[in-house]
Design a protein around this ligand. Structure first.
Ligand code: GRF
Length: 195
């Protein structure tokens, strides 16, 4: 019986969440094997984390495709090539087509830096900060065809203090994200393995 879910992580940048997931795999009870990292940006810092952990990584630049479907098909082909069970979006800055999200439904998750359904879209941290809310946070959710929607798996809250600025708030949220993503992936992987 399979005892680890095969996971791919899709990134576009820094890769802090990727790093947290990679670190989590050092725990033998974490039901996940990270088998593949894909970035749509050649200069994504996160690719260095993949290299350090000896995980195969590929750059699939969306600019090389004439439409979203072709780009998504290329990603899907890579996922199939590596027999991936679960896809984690971790700062992946591309919208995926409905064909793709429907195919992976229940096996594709995303992290967003707000307490959804508040502050969807880009600049969620700034949106919350500017709105003057006193509590924000992060959400890990299943991905559906609609951006930043889909059933919520885990949320973590973060208090916005009077002396916080965008930078301090971003780093507080990032720390909570790393906890939330590991927790959510454990839930999703265990569920997958029980199927
Ligand atoms: C995170 O804030 C995540 O919620 C958002 O993009 C950011 C990615 O950060 N989707 P990192 O690349 O994982 O450090």
């Amino acid at each position: 019986m399979q005892n680890k879910a095969k996971v791919a992580v899709l990134i576009s940048g820094r890769g802090g969440n990727l790093r947290a997931l990679l670190e989590a795999t050092k725990d033998k009870t974490f039901p996940v094997e990270i088998c593949l990292v894909i970035s749509n940006k050649a200069d994504a810092y996160g690719l260095k984390h993949a290299e350090e952990f000896n995980i195969p990584s590929f750059v699939i630049d969306h600019k090389g495709f004439s439409n979203r479907q072709e780009f998504d098909d290329k990603i899907d082909k890579k996922l199939e090539e590596y027999n991936i069970d679960i896809v984690c979006l971790a700062g992946f800055m591309r919208l995926l087509t409905a064909n793709f999200t429907e195919k992976w439904q229940g096996r594709i998750i995303n992290i967003h830096p707000s307490l959804l359904p508040s502050f969807k879209g880009a600049n969620a941290i700034e949106q919350a900060f500017k709105a003057g809310v006193k509590i924000t946070g992060c959400t890990v959710h299943y991905v559906t065809a609609q951006m930043d929607e889909g059933p919520i798996i885990v949320q973590e809250s973060v208090r916005i203090d009077q002396n916080d600025n965008l930078e301090t708030l971003s780093s507080k949220i990032a720390k909570k994200e790393h906890i939330a993503y590991v927790q959510a992936l454990r839930i999703v992987a265990n569920k997958f393995l029980l199927q």
